[in-house]
Write a protein that binds this ligand. Structure first.
Ligand SMILES: [Zn+2]
Length: 273
């Protein structure tokens, strides 16, 4: 009898959980059904890119070029690409708000606990930097999994890393030309690190969660982006491009983020002495 009740209870939870998730996040349902939607079509010459039928020929052609360049940037930055996100381009705000909760910013990532992820691009999202930024979030997500990213990766690192391939906030020379990056790192002593910390009016410790990062006003979010980009650029200039996959593979093997982040930097500095 008790076994029967428990079985029914578990069955109810199993059915209620995904329904509850989709009810709380209706944009996930829209994304899941994009391939069946009469308003969207697959972009010709690109894999897994859905474009609204209202997009002009020019917008479609630009999207094809921008996606290709952004994908190349991701492959170069990470060494290879493991992300499998599906891109959805909504050229109108109304469309964008349906697929991305709130419809803020130029693009957003919609991830599910079971692994599928979508990158939704809004009216301002048909842009190499925006696409590369969102693809970088997806890359971290696919290498570490949704749960690990949520539990272990501070938001400042998640955003800071995405900003390294988003040249609105960073300089490509930090990682695209390793030689100049090495020179940069050689010049970055403890004084510079302290200067970076003092320059920013927000501490990294106060940018750990999504709420910390995006919960304030526009000025706070911009400052949060700037602080994160400065910190990750500083770290990247020391550890080099190989430091990024080295960090994620250590974390996926069970290592702690903060400890690995510091250890990679320490050992690189030691080797240079
Ligand atoms: Zn971001």
């Amino acid at each position: 009898m008790l076994r029967n009740v428990l079985f029914r209870y578990c069955l109810l939870v199993l059915v209620a959980l995904p329904i509850g998730f989709l009810w709380l996040y209706p944009q996930v349902l829209w994304c899941l059904r994009v391939s069946k939607s009469a308003d969207f079509q697959l972009l010709k010459g690109a894999d897994e890119v859905y474009v609204s039928r209202s997009a002009t020929k020019k917008q479609q052609s630009l999207l094809r070029q921008h996606t290709q360049t952004a994908l190349n940037r991701i492959r170069c930055f990470w060494g290879d690409r493991r992300g499998r996100a599906i891109l959805i381009y909504c050229p109108t705000q109304a469309n964008y708000e349906q697929y991305c909760a709130g419809g803020e910013g130029a693009g957003c990532s919609v991830g599910t606990p079971w692994g599928t992820s979508y990158l939704v691009l809004g009216p301002d999202g048909n842009d190499i930097d925006v696409i590369a930024h969102e693809l970088c979030h997806d890359e971290l997500f696919s290498r570490l999994g949704w749960w690990r990213v949520k539990r272990q990766i501070p938001q400042w690192f998640n955003e800071g890393l995405a900003l390294m391939v988003d040249y609105r906030f960073s300089n490509p020379s930090v990682w695209e030309q390793p030689d100049s990056a090495t020179q940069m790192s050689a010049g970055l002593g403890e004084t510079t690190i302290t200067a970076f910390t003092h320059q920013s009016m927000v501490k990294l410790a106060d940018l750990e969660t999504t709420r910390d990062f995006f919960g304030g006003d526009y000025f706070h979010t911009m400052l949060a982006y700037r602080t994160s980009a400065d910190e990750v650029a500083r770290w990247l200039a020391v550890v080099g491009r190989a430091g990024v996959p080295a960090l994620t593979s250590a974390i996926s093997n069970g290592r702690d983020f903060a400890e690995t982040y510091r250890r990679l930097e320490r050992s690189k500095r030691r080797n240079k002495q």
